[in-house]
Design a protein around this ligand. Structure first.
Ligand code: PMP
Ligand code: GLN
Length: 382
């Protein structure tokens, strides 16, 4: 068996969701909303299952969905994409990430990654034979600095894997941050694999800036999106890959032998959904921001000082600030078994497993769920 997988533990999301079920806990661990997602979009999928095409769709995705993705990004992010040569549909962002890594990274190539990092990145880079060059982002601002980039970019750098908005940090990077990274990509001739799955889940009037829109980056960016996040339908594995034609030619070859296609009925529903009015997307953000604020207020009453969440479904708290002298993993174990609330220890997002005192909660839940979790955590101080 390949050692990368032979030695890999089960992903923390699966572990915590299983513990939540076993202990009948409120699950604020794995990131998925209580809300069932927009009914009209689900209805479209149902109609497409019953009356639509259920055989293989085209390998690159339904033409109507590729056109809808181009239109959506032109409208929301000001990027111009040719649906025919620059857009491909994958089975979720997870497939898109794997495909991009397998396409771009050859054994011995260096890949710049930022910690905390989403859990699929590192195993796939290693499996491709890439050498990870890790930058550590520090709370509370989690900013990228020029000094940090200078330390990791070398002439062997093939790609940088960048997540914006960032899970689990909950920060949204600005045009200035992106320009800094873009300068290094240009100087070292590296491709930016940009995981932008949280692009619509941003709060307080913020705007998502895609790496594709940074001057000079169109030819060296692989932008990855996910309908699961855009429509709060996380079980729908429909991903979007956007890249210039020269890159897309290679990416499509990986896709053809990873999954080849993605269920056509879900693609049809996503094509419809991407055309929904601005109000839908803005309301979704507003509803999530209200949940965020409600949960933050609850945490504050318990004595926590939650870190700011600018985007994603997540809010982090530093246990040390509450005077809890306990490793995040131990705390989460105690929380799920004793208090019956599941959360994610942020140390799971680091390569070298540092012990952190930061814990991530998912606030994309109904008020009653959030209030219930806060009630169950009332006795945390010890
Ligand atoms: N990247 C990040 C940063 C994520 O948070 C997630 C999932 N939540 C994914 C990728 C995977 O997206 P998908 O479910 O579309 O595969
Ligand atoms: N992205 C989700 C999270 O961060 C989980 C995805 C998964 O379970 N693989 O919680």
């Amino acid at each position: 068996m390949h050692p990368v997988f032979a030695n890999l533990p089960t992903t923390v999301f699966e572990v915590m969701s299983r513990l939540a079920r076993e202990h009948d806990a409120i699950n604020l661990g794995q990131g998925f909303p209580d809300d069932p997602g927009p009914e009209d979009v689900r209805q479209k999928a149902a109609e497409a299952v019953v009356s639509g095409w259920n055989q293989y769709p085209p390998m690159m995705g339904l033409p109507e969905l590729r056109a809808a993705v181009a239109k959506h990004y032109a409208h929301w992010q000001g990027v111009t994409l040719d649906p025919e040569s620059e857009i491909m549909i994958t089975s979720g962002a997870t497939e898109a990430l794997t495909g991009a890594i397998l396409t771009l990274v050859e054994p011995g190539d260096e890949v710049v990654l930022f910690q905390p990092l989403y859990d699929s990145y590192l195993p796939m880079v290693k499996r491709a034979g890439g050498i990870p060059r890790l930058v550590r982002l520090e709370p509370p601002h989690w900013r990228i600095t020029e000094d940090a980039l200078k330390r990791v970019f070398t002439k062997k750098t093939k790609a940088v894997l960048f997540n914006n908005p960032h899970n689990p940090a909950g920060v949204v990077y600005s045009m200035d941050d992106l320009k800094l990274l873009a300068r290094f990509c240009g100087e070292f001739d590296a491709v930016a694999i940009c995981d932008e799955v949280w692009e619509h889940v941003i709060f307080d009037g913020r705007k998502h800036v895609s790496m594709l829109s940074v001057p000079g980056m169109h030819e060296r960016t692989v932008k990855i999106g996910s309908a699961g996040k855009i429509f709060c339908l996380t079980g729908w594995k429909v991903g979007f890959v956007c890249a210039a034609p020269a890159l897309m030619r290679g990416l499509s070859k990986a896709h053809q032998f990873i999954t080849f296609t993605t269920p056509p009925n879900l693609q049809a529903a996503v094509a419809y959904g991407l055309g929904k009015s601005d109000d839908y997307f803005l309301n979704m953000r507003g509803t999530l921001a209200r949940s965020r604020d409600r949960f933050a207020a609850g945490l504050k009453k318990l004595g926590f000082d939650p870190l700011q969440s600018q985007g994603t479904y997540f809010m982090n708290v530093d246990l040390a600030a509450l005077g809890i002298n306990e490793a995040d993993r131990d705390f989460c174990q105690r929380l799920v078994t004793g208090n019956k609330v599941a959360a994610i220890p942020v140390s799971a997002f680091y390569a070298e497993e540092p012990v952190t005192s930061v814990v991530r909660f998912c606030f994309a839940k109904h008020d009653a769920t959030l209030d219930g979790a806060i009630d169950r955590m009332a006795n945390l101080r010890r």
